[in-house]
Design a protein around this ligand. Structure first.
Ligand code: N7H
Length: 479
C-alpha cells in the first residue's frame, strides 16, 4: 500500500506514462484569469492512483511563477516558493553560467522561455495511446482555449523513436530512483525519500523541503491540508513538485562523425566495434541499456533494464569498466562520492541529488534503423531533433542544478581535470573553463579523446510548479 496521497498527486510525477506513445506539451498564457480559473475547476487532471493503461488519455498541468501571478497568487505567497523557481531558468547570468546556457545555447537564442519570446504561464501536458488519438485530444483542448481565457504560445511535439531509443541510439529512461513508500521492488541503495520529489513529505535529510505555505486566512474554506511541520499554516506545496523542462537539441550526425573519426585505424578505415565501444564508454551503458560495469566489453541485451549496481560495489573504483566521467556516472555517482567512496555514507550523500526523469524525444530520427553506420552515410545536417528533458525534484538548486553544474559541466569532476560530460557537457562554457576531453581510465594506460564539440544545445526551457490536486483547486478558487 502506498504511503503517499496518490489521489492528490498528479499522475506524471509517479508514473512515466510509458504505455502512451503520444505526448505533447502546450505552453500557454493566461489572458483572462477569471475564465482560466473557471476552466481549471472543471479540468480532468489525471492523478497517480493507477498507472494508465494502453487505451487511456491523460492530462497534467503546471505553472510558472508568472502564471501564478496571473492567477492572482499574492506576492507574499509567491515568495514562499523556491528561489530558483521564482527567479526563473533564463533570467540571471549567474544561472546561465550554472546551467551552461552560454554561447549559442544562451536564452537570447531560445525558441521559448527566453527574453525574446512570450513568457509561458502554464504547461498543459497531454498524453494519448498514439499520435492520431493525441491529435484529437489536443484539438479538443485547443477549441476550449479562447473560452478559458488562454492563448497558446507553442505546442511542443514529441516522437516515439524506433526500438524505444533516444536520438543518439541508446535506450533512455532505464535508471529511475525508487520512491520510499511507493515503489516496492527497488534495492535499498536506490530507494529515495519521497520528499526529494514530492513536497510535503520528509526528504533525504529527514526534513521537509521548504515549500509554499499559506496562513489559514488565505485559505478560508480550508481547501488545503494543514502543514505537517507547521500547524499554523496550510500546505500549498503538499503533493506538488517542481518540474524542470529543457528543450535539448541533439546533433546526431556530429556525435557519430566525431566518434567515427576518433576510432578509425591507421589506414583510415572505420571500426564499427571500436566506435560503438567509445560511444558506450561516453554514456556508461550500451545501446541496449546494459550497464558497462556489468558487461564492460560487449553489449548484453539481457541486461538492458539492469539498474541494480554500484561503482565501487562493482569493483570499478577506478573507472576501468565505466569511465569516471561517463554520462550516467556523473549524473548519478551512486557510491562513488566523497567523503568515503564505496561506503553507505557515500550512497546517503548521493541520495540528496537525485531527479525523476520524464522526458520525451522530439523530431524525426536521422535513420529509422537507429544504426550509427546508417547515420554516417545519411546527409541530414539540417534536421532538428532532441530531447524534451523533463524532471521532477523538490529542490531545484540541490537536485537538478547541482547535477548540471557540479557534476555534468564540471571539468574537475571526481579527480578529472578538463573533462565535462562527454554527451551533454557545455564544453568550455564559452571560454570560462577547460572542457571537451574524455578520459577512459585503464590499466596500464588510460586513453583520452580530446576536442569534443558540443553535441547538445539548449533551445528553450523554464521551471514550473506542478501542484497537488487540492492545491490546484485552491489556485482555481482564488479571488
Ligand atoms: Fe541523461 N541519452 O539518451 O544519451 N541519460 N541524457 N541527462 N541521465 C541517461 O538510465 C541523455 C540529461 C541523467 O541513475 C542514459 O535512462 C541525453 C540531463 C540521469 O545511472 C542515457 C540527454 C540530465 C541518468 C541518457 C540527457 C541527465 C541519465 C542512460 C540530452 C540532468 C540516470 C539510460 C539530450 C541534468 C543515471 C538511463 C543513473 C541517464 C541520455 C540529458 C541526467 C542514454 C541524450 C540534462 C540522472
Amino acid at each position: 500500500m502506498s504511503l503517499l496521497q496518490i489521489d492528490d498527486i498528479q499522475g506524471i510525477i509517479l508514473h512515466g506514462y510509458g504505455k502512451l506513445a503520444g505526448a505533447c506539451f502546450v505552453l500557454l498564457r493566461i489572458s483572462n484569469a477569471n475564465q482560466t480559473k473557471t476552466w481549471l475547476q472543471a479540468l480532468d487532471i489525471r492523478n497517480a492512483t493507477s498507472r494508465p493503461g494502453e487505451t487511456e488519455r491523460c492530462m497534467n498541468i503546471a505553472f510558472t511563477r508568472a502564471g501564478l501571478e496571473a492567477l492572482g497568487v499574492t506576492e507574499t505567497i509567491r515568495q514562499s516558493f523556491s528561489g530558483e523557481f521564482c527567479e526563473g531558468m533564463s533570467v540571471t547570468e549567474h544561472r546561465q553560467r550554472i546551467l551552461g546556457d552560454v554561447g549559442d545555447s544562451s536564452p537570447q537564442h531560445w525558441n521559448w522561455g527566453g527574453p525574446t519570446t512570450p513568457e509561458p504561464h502554464m504547461l498543459l501536458m497531454l498524453y494519448a495511446p498514439n499520435d492520431d488519438m493525441l491529435a484529437s485530444f489536443l484539438s479538443g483542448q485547443q477549441a476550449g482555449f479562447p473560452r478559458a481565457g488562454l492563448e497558446q504560445i507553442l505546442c511542443l511535439e514529441t516522437k516515439r523513436l524506433p526500438f524505444s531509443k533516444e536520438h543518439f541510439g541508446f535506450s533512455d529512461g532505464v535508471a529511475q530512483p525508487g520512491i520510499d513508500g511507493f515503489d516496492t521492488d527497488t534495492p535499498a541503495h536506490n530507494l529515495i525519500a519521497a520528499g526529494e520529489f514530492i513536497l510535503g513529505y520528509a526528504n533525504a535529510y529527514g526534513q521537509y523541503t521548504p515549500r509554499p505555505l499559506v496562513l489559514p486566512g488565505s485559505d478560508p474554506t480550508g481547501i488545503l491540508p494543514v502543514a505537517a511541520d507547521d500547524t499554523a499554516q496550510h500546505d500549498l506545496g503538499k503533493n506538488g513538485s517542481y518540474l524542470v523542462f529543457r528543450q535539448l537539441s541533439q546533433d546526431v550526425p556530429a556525435f557519430w562523425q566525431f566518434i567515427d573519426e576518433k576510432t578509425r585505424g591507421a589506414d583510415g578505415a572505420s571500426h564499427p566495434d571500436a566506435r560503438l565501444k567509445l560511444a558506450a564508454k561516453m554514456v556508461g551503458r550500451w545501446p541496449s541499456g546494459a550497464p558497462l560495469v556489468k558487461t564492460p566489453n560487449a553489449d548484453a541485451p539481457a541486461l538492458s533494464q539492469d539498474n541494480d549496481f554500484l561503482y565501487y560495489g562493482s569493483d570499478d573504483a577506478y573507472g576501468f569498466k565505466c569511465p569516471v566521467g561517463a554520462h550516467i556516472r556523473r549524473a548519478n555517482p551512486r557510491d562513488a562520492l566523497d567523503p568515503e567512496p564505496g561506503s553507505a555514507r557515500s550512497i546517503e550523500v548521493g541520495k540528496r541529488h537525485r531527479i525523476l526523469r520524464r522526458g520525451r524525444a522530439y523530431g524525426a530520427p536521422v535513420v529509422k534503423s537507429m544504426e550509427p553506420a546508417d547515420v554516417l552515410t545519411t546527409d541530414d545536417s539540417a534536421g532538428e531533433r532532441g530531447l524534451h528533458f523533463l524532471c521532477f525534484n523538490s529542490h531545484i538548486g540541490r537536485q537538478f542544478e547541482f547535477i548540471q553544474h557540479t557534476w555534468v559541466n564540471n571539468p574537475k569532476f571526481d579527480g578529472l581535470y578538463e573533462d565535462d560530460d562527454p554527451l551533454i557537457g557545455d564544453r568550455n562554457g564559452a571560454g570560462q573553463k577547460p572542457g571537451g576531453c574524455f578520459t577512459m581510465q585503464g590499466d596500464p594506460l588510460r586513453m583520452r579523446v580530446t576536442g569534443l564539440p558540443r553535441f547538445v544545445r539548449v533551445r528553450g526551457g523554464a521551471y514550473f510548479f506542478m501542484p497537488g490536486l487540492r492545491a490546484l483547486r485552491f489556485l482555481a478558487s482564488l479571488p
